[in-house]
Design a protein around this ligand. Structure first.
Ligand SMILES: *Cc1c(COP(=O)(O)O)cnc(C)c1O
Length: 380
């Protein structure tokens, strides 16, 4: 929460324009986050994960600050280009790409691609001849609040043959990538992945192929209800891991922060639509907001991300509530397994502020389930 965001919301209210729900994102916080990453890992290039929040103002600020961009589709590549990024600052980091999209990215000038199997290497060799590829390895998401499962990456033992195939097909076998799981609260989780990466570097060196780059992925957390370590703690742990596993042959490194770049820059203003109980003597209140899983808060799936919710009655007595969204789908319940403590005096019509919502909210909002519009967004 920043004063600029509060002033913006106040001004809108005074003008009688408070409709909501809406996200307000403060670019000063994004700038601070970028500078924090650059300071914590001074020799590492930053590739902002565009999917976290592709607002044009965010992308052009990051272009001005010197950031590069991790993209997952042609539209994201075009968004980064439109913000002023040159194609040499764009990575096509999705391991799952149509061959015609690879060709389109290549035509737009993109030369850096992610792979995790031979079939994807073959597509790139055909559609983007001579490009650089890095192989993503599997990483178990222990310690992450939003783990990324087994969908991306191959076993480290397989990565060497994937990269060797790339080399054979005329591509530049450039390096190794991993992602330790989003909202990773344990800085030591990079160590094991760095060890696996160093083994792949050695294995390929023995085959005459010199890899250059380790992509350290995203995973840097933002603060929700629980405290998280500072970004410099992550930087120190990563630098230690690099020295430990690569010795004096430290490779080029990049990071791909998404949540850590924009999460704490955003606040959603929402409204209480209904407060009710399921029976006369049920102590548990149900608090229904005008925002839910389909118009911005998809990351409450399985109650994984628990956002701080501020109300005007904060400080007064609280009681546990089920918090739910406004739509007619029964999965649109935000917190129930672990009820959420909200003020007893919270009433219908009250405004609430949901903090830490700069990442993965506007992009996860549906085009209009039940007629609820996509999440409105203001960048200040
Ligand atoms: C989503 C994603 C990121 C960003 O992850 P955060 O946890 O938000 O930092 C980085 N790299 C890749 C390949 C991704 O898919």
């Amino acid at each position: 929460m920043t004063d600029r965001i509060l002033e913006f919301l106040d001004a809108r209210r005074r003008e009688g324009r408070d409709c909501g729900p809406c996200l307000v994102l403060d670019l000063d916080v994004v700038r601070d986050n970028y500078l924090g990453f650059a300071k914590a890992l001074p020799d590492t290039r930053v590739f902002y994960a565009v999917k976290a929040n592709p607002a044009p103002e965010v992308l052009s600020l990051l272009v001005r600050l010197g950031s590069c961009f991790d993209t997952a589709s042609i539209v994201e590549i075009e968004q980064a280009l439109a913000a002023g990024a040159t194609p040499d600052r764009i990575s096509y980091g999705n391991t799952i790409k149509k061959e015609r999209d690879i060709a389109r990215a290549f035509a737009l000038g993109v030369r850096l691609f992610a792979v995790d199997c031979v079939a994807e290497v073959e597509k790139i060799a055909r559609a983007a001849p001579g490009a650089k590829v890095f192989c993503r390895i599997l990483c178990d998401g222990t310690g992450a609040e939003w783990p990324l499962s087994r969908k991306f990456g191959c076993a480290p033992e397989m990565a060497a043959s994937v990269l060797e195939c790339a080399h054979r097909l005329g591509l530049a076998a450039h390096g190794v990538s991993f992602h330790v799981g989003s909202q990773q609260r344990n800085p030591r989780r990079w160590d094991g992945a760095l060890k696996a990466a160093a083994n792949i570097f050695r294995d390929l060196a023995e085959r005459g192929i010199n890899l250059q780059m380790v992509n350290l992925g995203g995973g840097f957390p933002t603060r929700y209800l629980k405290n998280v370590p500072a970004i410099r703690t992550y930087g120190q742990a990563i630098l230690r891991g690099l020295a430990k596993h690569f010795g004096n042959r430290i490779p080029e490194t990049i990071i791909e922060p998404g949540r850590g770049m924009v999460g704490n820059a955003g606040v959603i203003e929402a409204e209480v639509v209904l407060v009710s109980r399921k029976s006369e003597d049920d102590p548990l209140r149900w608090v229904y907001l005008d925002i839910g899983k389909f118009n911005g808060l998809a990351e409450t799936a399985d109650e994984m991300i628990r956002y701080p919710i501020r109300t005007e009655a904060d400080g007064a007595a609280t009681a546990p509530c089920v918090v739910a969204g406004p739509s007619c789908d029964s999965i649109d319940v935000l917190y129930e397994k672990e009820p959420y403590f909200l003020p007893v005096s919270l009433e219908i019509g009250a405004k609430v502020l949901i903090e830490g919502t700069g990442a993965y909210t506007t992009t996860y909002s549906s085009v209009g389930f039940n007629g609820f519009p996509p999440l409105e967004s203001f960048v200040i």
